[in-house]
Design a protein around this ligand. Sequence first.
Ligand code: ATP
Ligand code: MG
Length: 192
Amino acid sequence: MVAAKRIVMVGIPGVGKTSLVNVIVERIRASGRTIQVKSFGSAMLEEAERIGIHDRDALRCLPTNEQEDLQRTAAERIAAEECDIVIIDTHAFISTTSGYYPGLPENILHIIKPTNYVSVSAKPEEIYNRRMNDPTRHRDMVTMNVIKQEMDLQAAMISACSVVSGSPVKPVVNREGRLDETANDVIRALGL
Ligand code: ATP
Ligand code: MG
């Protein structure tokens, strides 16, 4: 049986999705339910390793047709997950050399069939600082203006996904130092 709730969480790099998901998972597991987190990037990287790519930040530099193949096989694996809740940690779009590529094109939505979307945002200056202060990742350098544009694009992309799936979007703001509060907001809104 596939998961009853298939929650897609999107946010631009550094907004705090992974940190937020970790808090949510801890709370759900404490309540005795089964929950799986699938990082779309990691699932794609597992597929990419078969063709010799080992750096997750190199994925977005592949030709878009190769990214598409990796995306589809990763989605099929995620959709087969058997538990009460699956959270898919991903991006509404990916910056590629050809422009912004949808993280969730229609064919992927038909495979995953999300029941809910969570659209994570934060103040642009906080996102900027979180990116700069995270030495574990190879993040693209950007300006504050680009971060603002990316958040507008995220809202547009996720609205389109919501219409295709007929599933609601919960916007949340991940305020500095308030991860617990943001996690509670998601748990309450989605009835987790
Ligand atoms: P990516 O899309 O690149 O995986 P992400 O959205 O998953 O990024 P995280 O890796 O969760 O982002 O967080 C980026 C950095 O911001 C981390 O160093 C994390 O500790 C910090 N961070 C996340 N949320 C908050 C918060 N509410 N307050 C302060 N720091 C935060
Ligand atoms: Mg992350």
